[in-house]
Each structure stands twice: as structure tokens, then as C-alpha cells.
Design a protein around this ligand. Structure first.
Ligand code: AMP
Ligand code: ZN
Length: 467
């Protein structure tokens, strides 16, 4: 079955046809590691994971690059403001590399908690300076870039068309009214590919243009080219990347290689709070830890993301995230009940029909809400059957909700509800059983039962529930 993806470049859904037969080359704009990633950021990486898994489910193998921006992302997406990394370093009185490592480590830990697959290649901007310098040299040689006393700028007047990705209007009047950071710029829309470092700038490198550092857009162009070639299959990012970052990546690649670097450009819409954007600069963000403190697991947040298609805005409220946590628990119980049931010979055509519907949903531009509707139909079956559990597990290759481990999550959930004293006895009894101290184990079991709980010893271990 054909995978269909929406392409921002052509503004329509297209049948996906990889450049190489079964291998898909993807580039994702990764995090700027100057602070904790928030759940809005993670909406975009959950989308990235859905894309990966849908392609894998369809039998493709992936070469996927995600960058880590650890230099060059200024406070605005264009050429204004301080470098976000430097600003954080000054604020926390630390070295920018230390800041980058600290937040990148937490970012990957959080990706793990969300069961997001790690792209095959993780590329840090600071480790690709020579490739970026070569890119700038090529741009200058091709006549697409020029030097001023502040930076090397991309000359958009040399392009046949700009912008190509967004509907952004280049309004000279508005642009003219803006206070320009560099009066030597030929056009207000020219953007910096390489920036000469002011004297107090911490992150800077020797280059043909003196001590300087890369522009954010250049990083992605140089790194995607290095690992994926001049033209690859899919480029992903958030909608905020459309008008500036990705537009400028395309401009640079056209200037360097003459080609638009990716065939399909995919963008995830924003997670909002109270109807507005969730962003670090507005100070209205939440982290996975903050959700967890309110009893919302990372995977419940992922399930919450599946309530909307990636191309629509999604409004975050704690109430709806708590509902997703309850839904996740219900899904786990439903899976477990099917899993513990017998194989009862569900007709294969019924199973095949579900498989077809699921594949149609996820292959239709990753329609996760539709896919979840199918999951709930199966979960809610009155007649419990092992085959349904197997089917849910198969679909979980795409959803990545870790249904396979439902039982242990449910046990954890019950444990959380147990009073501290009972929990202590349960733990002591586990140790007693490990030590084959049956007398102590029985004594503790009696105590737990006396307190009003039901103790069951099964092959997999002990379960304790309120009686
Ligand atoms: P940053 O670390 O700021 O470069 O952002 C990392 C990714 O998160 C980018 O792909 C952004 O487009 C995306 N992003 C930022 N804020 C949100 C949001 N509120 N909802 C969805 N994605 C977002
Ligand atoms: Zn990028």
C-alpha cells in the first residue's frame, strides 16, 4: 500500500516514492540545547517518530539525520539577537559546551521516556565547522554570497525565486521600515550564513573571514548534505521553520548545488496553551517532569498527541492530559485482558480487515487519530481473545506506546495506590521470597491480608490489590 505524505513545498498530499528503492533518507531539525525541551518541542519529535515508524512498518529502511544546534541559533530565527547558547552560558555562568551537553543529555533521556526512536545519525553543529566553511566558500565562488564587515550574507537577488516554501510576501516597504542590524546588507532579506564574532563572543572558529561562527540555517544545509547527499527524500521540522529556517536552507542549497535539498518537506503544527503558542520565550512551557509530577506519564502525553492530526493545532490542558492518562490505563487493561485470554479462532479476514484499515489510516499522511479509533474498537471487544492482543502489539510498532509491558505498568499503578506501610511489606516479602525465607514470606502475606488486601502469587511474581 502506498504511503501518502503532505508536502509543504507543493502544498498537496503526494504518493511517497523514495529516491533509492527501499531506503529513505530523512533530515530532522533537532533541538537547540540551551534549555529543557518542553512538551511542545516533543510534539514535533513524536511526529518525527511516527513518520519513522510508519515508513519502517511499510518495509523501508531509514538513514535519518537529526542535528543538535549547539551554536548559531540567534534569539530571532533571522539575524537578530544574541546566540541562545551564549546567552544561557552567561546566565548560568557556565561554558556553552557544558550547557549543550547538559541539555542534550536530558533531551535524549526524555526521548527514551517517550519511546521515540533515535535517528541513525546525530550531528552536532560544533563538530561540523569545516564542512560549513567549505559550504560558504562554495556559495561565494558561485556568486551567491558576499562579505560585509559583520558577516557573510546570502544574496537572495541571485535566486530565480524566493521564497518557495512559504507564502511569505517580501514587502520592501515593511522591510525598509525595520532598523537594519547591518547597513551593508544589499537587501533586507539577505541573511547571514556566517557571522563574524564580536570580541566577547565565546564560541568562534578560525576561518577565511577571521574568527567567526556559523549561521543556524547553514548548519542544517551543510550537515544534511554531508550525510544524505545533495538531494534526499524528506526534511522535517515545526511549522515555525517554514518561513525562515527552511526557506533559507533551500536558498543556500540552491546556491551551492543548484538543487532544492529534499523532495518532501513536512511540518508539524504547534502545541498551544490557552489558545496561544507554547514557547520558551513566552515562559508558558511544561516539561515531561512537570507532567509526571501531576501523575501524567510521558506515554500518556504521547497518547494525548494522538488526539489530533500533526497538521492541526493542539491545545494543551492538564484536564485533557489527565484524561489521556486514564485512557492509557484503560488501553493497557484492555490489552492485558486480551493477552490473558485464549486463542479463540477469530476469522483471519476480520484480522486482515483491521490490518488494512490501520495501514490505510497511518499511510494517509500519518492519521493517528483515525488509527487510534481502530485501536479502541479492538480494545473494547466484549469477547476477549489472544489474537486481538497480538494485533494490538503489531499496531504498537507504529504507536510505540509500549503495550507489550502493560502488565508491569498496571502493577506499578496498583503499587502507587498502596499505602506506604503495605508497600514496605510487599517489598520485604519480595526479598524474603528471593531468599527462600518462606516463614517470613507467609508472615508478611498474613499481615498484608489482615490489613485488607488480596495477595496473589503468580508465575510472574506477586500482585497485591485492595480487597
Ligand atoms: P528548538 O529547540 O527551539 O529549535 O525547537 C525544536 C523543535 O520544536 C522545532 O522543530 C520547533 O519547530 C518545535 N517546536 C517549538 N515549539 C513548539 C510547539 N509549541 N509545538 C510544536 N513544536 C514546537
Ligand atoms: Zn534545521
Amino acid at each position: 500500500m502506498q504511503v501518502i505524505l503532505y508536502n509543504t513545498l507543493t502544498r498537496k498530499k503526494e504518493e511517497f516514492q523514495p529516491i533509492e528503492d527501499k531506503k529513505v533518507r530523512i533530515y530532522t531539525c533537532g533541538p537547540t540545547v540551551y534549555s529543557y525541551a518542553h512538551i511542545g518541542n516533543f510534539r514535533s519529535y513524536i511526529f518525527m517518530d511516527n513518520l519513522r515508524r510508519v515508513l519502517e512498518y511499510n518495509g523501508y529502511t531509514l538513514k535519518h539525520v537529526m542535528n543538535i544546534t549547539d551554536v548559531g541559533h540567534l534569539e530571532s530565527d533571522a539575524d537578530e539577537g544574541e546566540d541562545k547558547m551564549e546567552k544561557a552560558a552567561r546566565k548560568e555562568n557556565k561554558d556553552p559546551y557544558e550547557i549543550a551537553k547538559f541539555y542534550a543529555d536530558i533531551f535524549f533521556k526524555d526521548m527514551g521516556r517517550l519511546h521515540i526512536e533515535r535517528p541513525e545519525i546525530i550531528a552536532k553543529a560544533t563538530e561540523h565547522i569545516p564542512e560549513m566553511i567549505a559550504f560558504v566558500e562554495q556559495l561565494i565562488q558561485n556568486g551567491y554570497a558576499y562579505e560585509t564587515s559583520k558577516a557573510i550574507y546570502f544574496d537572495i537577488s541571485k535566486l530565480d525565486k524566493y521564497p518557495v516554501l512559504s507564502n511569505r510576501k517580501l514587502d520592501d516597504q515593511i522591510a525598509g521600515a525595520r532598523v537594519e542590524v547591518d547597513p551593508e546588507k544589499r537587501s533586507p532579506y539577505d541573511f547571514a550564513v556566517w557571522i563574524k564574532a564580536p570580541i566577547n563572543h565565546i564560541m568562534k572558529w578560525e576561518s577565511p573571514w577571521g574568527l567567526s561562527y556559523p549561521g543556524w540555517h547553514l548548519e542544517c544545509s551543510a550537515m544534511s548534505r554531508k550525510y544524505l547527499g545533495d538531494v534526499f527524500d524528506i526534511h522535517t521540522g515545526g511549522v515555525d521553520h517554514v518561513p525562515t529556517h527552511h526557506e533559507n536552507e533551500i536558498a543556500q542549497s540552491k546556491g551551492c548545488t543548484g538543487k532544492i535539498p529534499a523532495k518532501i518537506w513536512m511540518h508539524v503544527e504547534f502545541l498551544q496553551v490557552d489558545g496561544g503558542k507554547m514557547s520558551k520565550s513566552l515562559g508558558n512551557t511544561y516539561t515531561l517532569d512537570q507532567l509526571q509530577e501531576k501523575g501524567i506519564e510521558p506515554l500518556a502525553y504521547k497518547l494525548f498527541c494522538y488526539t489530533a492530526h500533526y497538521r492541526t493545532k493542539l491545545n494543551f490542558t492538564f484536564d485533557s492530559a489527565i484524561s489521556s492518562q486514564k485512557a492509557l490505563n484503560r488501553l493497557r487493561r484492555a490489552y492485558q485482558e486480551h493477552e490473558e485470554a485464549l486463542v479463540i479462532g477469530i476469522p483471519t479476514n476480520e484480522i486482515q480487515d483491521y490490518k488494512k484499515r490501520f495501514l490505510e489510516a497511518v499511510n494517509d499522511d500519518l492519521n493517528m487519530p483515525l488509527a487510534m479509533g481502530i485501536i479502541w474498537e479492538i480494545a473494547r471487544k466484549d469477547i476477549k481473545a489472544r489474537e486481538w492482543a497480538d494485533l494490538l502489539l503489531d499496531f504498537d510498532k507504529v504507536l510505540a506506546l509500549d503495550l507489550e509491558n502493560s502488565k508491569s505498568y498496571l502493577e506499578e499503578e496498583k503499587k502507587i495506590e498502596l499505602p506506604e506501610e503495605i508497600q514496605k511489606w510487599v517489598e520485604e516479602r519480595k526479598i524474603a521470597r528471593q531468599n527462600k525465607d518462606w516463614e517470613k514470606s507467609d508472615e508478611l502475606r498474613d499481615k498484608i491480608i489482615e490489613a485488607g488486601y488480596i495477595v496473589k502469587d503468580t508465575k510472574e511474581g506477586m500482585t497485591v490489590e485492595k480487597g
